[in-house]
Design a binder for this molecule. Structure first.
Ligand SMILES: Nc1ncnc2c1ncn2[C@@H]1O[C@H](COP(=O)(O)OP(=O)(O)OP(=O)(O)O)[C@@H](O)[C@H]1O
Length: 306
């Protein structure tokens, strides 16, 4: 049985009159990358801030490794590393000075601070910039410093709020690589409103919209959320569309040029068996048949409406 790292129970939060998060329930298990996906204002940062103990919820509970973060924040926070949307960097400190300061904040014993800082700088490829002022680092390297402060105390749970926001494509690639490495030995939760981000990094997705969970599952399940009512086929015999319409269940035929056709059918009718049988019987020379998947964008648009 996998270890339960985070348990979110009936979580709701209200800023003055408006509910930002409503009745969230989910669980996160050890290791892997969990994406919290949602459009702007969906409630991702609110959820993450509560999960990391920097915002007190209006209702509900969050347990980190079984510890209620509201009742026992100091103990729970030992297991959490957090990179907020706006990284908590000190621009006037060098990388080493800043990370040493973070190590002390995290109660790392004085005689172990240097070793911990060296280790985390190595891990985040920051060693050669150890004496550089943070303000003089590129955006990608500043983000590495932000991630380094989140893992310096070796927490089981690392929470990253939009970790690649504002970075250029090369920096995004490198930060994703670093996040994947971190996830080999820790549980990572990251938020994003960018579909390709979860596609490239995450194993599991929770999508929230208007403060509520609208999808929870693996990337494949997300991808297959919309089961399309169409089949793509290639028939070298190039039969006329009228003939294809005689296949039981097929309601529309689109000729896509050459041997390619799109066959539409009604909900719940899988016509592929008939297509194969009839193609063989009438010698249509079937060379390709597959179901078109709903694109991530189509799933996102569909779920955003829920
Ligand atoms: N401090 C605040 N006071 C009042 N309302 C707030 C506050 N912070 C967030 N909200 C509102 O709560 C809702 C959820 O915001 P939140 O920042 O959690 O969303 P998000 O999914 O992280 O969005 P983004 O990607 O834009 O950061 C939004 O409607 C937002 O305007």
């Amino acid at each position: 049985m996998e270890e339960l790292i985070v348990k979110v129970e009936k979580l709701s939060h209200r800023y003055s009159a408006q509910w930002a998060v409503r009745d969230l329930d989910f669980e996160i298990y050890r290791n892997g990358i969990y994406g919290l996906l949602g459009s702007n204002g969906a409630g991702k940062s609110t959820t993450m801030n509560i999960m990391c103990g920097v915002l007190k919820q209006t209702e509900g509970n969050i347990y980190i490794k079984g510890i209620n973060i509201r009742e026992n924040p100091v103990e729970a926070k030992r297991h959490i590393g957090f990179l907020p949307q706006k990284p908590p960097l000190h621009m006037e400190l060098t990388v080493r000075e800043y990370l040493s300061f973070c190590a002390k904040l995290r109660d790392i014993p004085a005689k172990e601070v240097t070793r911990s800082v060296n280790e985390v700088m190595e891990r985040c490829s920051l060693a050669h910039f150890s004496n550089r002022l943070t303000r003089n680092l590129s955006g990608g390297y500043q983000q590495r410093v932000g991630i380094a402060q989140a893992i310096i105390h070796k927490p089981d749970l690392v929470v990253l709020d939009e970790p690649t926001n504002g970075l250029d494509p090369n920096q995004i690639f490198e930060i994703r690589h670093l996040i994947k490495e971190i996830a080999h030995e820790r549980t990572v939760v990251l938020s994003t409103h960018i579909l390709s981000e979860v596609q490239a990094t995450c194993k599991y997705i929770r999508m929230i919209e208007q403060g509520r969970v609208v999808f929870s599952g693996t990337i494949d399940e997300f991808d297959n959320y919309i089961v399309p009512n169409s089949l793509m086929v290639s028939l070298r015999g190039m039969p006329p569309a009228d003939e294809l319409l005689t296949i039981p269940g097929v309601i529309e035929v689109e000729e896509l040029g050459g041997p390619k056709y799109r066959l539409r059918f009604n909900d719940g009718h899988d016509v592929s068996k008939h297509v194969v049988e009839i193609s063989v019987a009438r010698n249509w020379e079937l060379t390709e048949i597959y179901t078109e998947k709903g694109s991530m964008d189509a799933v996102f648009a569909e779920l955003s409406k829920k």
